[in-house]
Design a binder for this molecule. Sequence first.
Ligand code: FES
Length: 151
Amino acid sequence: MNDLQELYREVILDHNRHPRNFGELEDANRVVEGVNPLCGDRMTLYVKIIDKKVQDIRFKGTGCAISVASSSLMTERAKGGSLDEVESLFEQVHEMLTSDITGSSINLENLDKLAVLSGVREYPTRVKCASLAWHALKSAIAGSEDKISTE
Ligand code: FES
């Protein structure tokens, strides 16, 4: 494992052990439930949107280290962002998780800490673990409270 992969692994383990923004958000105005049918793991995302901004965001649920870390990193980055910024972030992360971004307009530096999820693409069954929280976020900002599934 090279130094960068080791650093990415450490960030993922840290966010899994100490998830940021974990718990319920009582005054959320969007609540989305997500499920990964491959394993049955679930998460609930709570978002408080005011003036087209993510004022607050939290999540709870069970899942593997990748899923919890991705949810934690997602909430950390989305909090305080405008809906346009969050939508753009979703698109970039989705592309990073599902395509070879060499030569694409996706810049890992702009994604900052979220770049730690870039290695997940090598493990197809883990892509759904990492993308669950992001699909829930996209659904929340679109105003939907439907259950979402990574299938
Ligand atoms: Fe269930 Fe990753 S194995 S979310």
